[in-house]
Design a protein around this ligand. Sequence first.
Ligand code: SF4
Length: 273
Amino acid sequence: MNVKEIRVKSCMTKSKLTDYVINPYTGCEHGCKYCYADFIRIFQNIKDKWGDFVFIKANCPELLIKELEKNKPGHIWMSSVCDCYMPLEEKYKLTRKILEIIANSPYKNKFTIEILTKSALVRRDFDLLKKLNAELGLSINNLDEKTARILEPFASSPSERIKTLKEAKKSGIRVFGFISPVFPGITNLEDIFKELSFCDYVWVEFLNMKKSVLNRLMPIIRDNFPDKVGDFEFAINNPEEYHEKMKKQVRELEKKYKLKVIEIVIHQELNLK
Ligand code: SF4
């Protein structure tokens, strides 16, 4: 693993997805096989494979102090192209420092915060999340531990993630499930809705079927889930029909489990065959 500390020009960045994103790290130790954040490698001319490098943005906290004052009020998402609670966070505590700065800032009430992770390490920071105007989401796409080890080898297990969400909810934090990505034939939406029915709401995001993702993912699907290849091929070749059918199922489950679906994310523009 190529790990190095770097200095960056900004901590909070304006985003098309929300008002601001904070990515304390470049790269992600979780190395999920379907991750689409690996475009960063091309942008930054990084030769290492996705999951094999993490750059620590060491000066993020000092930059943030000024940015909180300067930036307009808004929503901050942590994180869009890394998991801010990847295992290295235990050592570097960048995410914790960032949350501490916001929690102790006179500008704290200018910002709402959304944390999205696949790691139980976020438990360490419940004290700060409770002080902030923050919501916590954990991503989950199946309940089977073996499947998770294949597709998300270094993230917390699905049962640990659900346990973490339950603990957060119990401690008074608003929580959501991020059902993502929905894998054709692998993700059992009903089982996940049932498990997450205690959450305040969920998001559902379908698999990003852009070429670079499928090139990495499909060999793994062929090797480990040969009986699901047909489901993937159907979704890839008939994206509209597939998404319509799945959207209908999501809305039915929303009613059945009384679990609000805040948004269904479809990467339609990226369905490149
Ligand atoms: S945790 Fe998120 S950012 Fe990290 S590799 Fe997995 S999908 Fe990508």
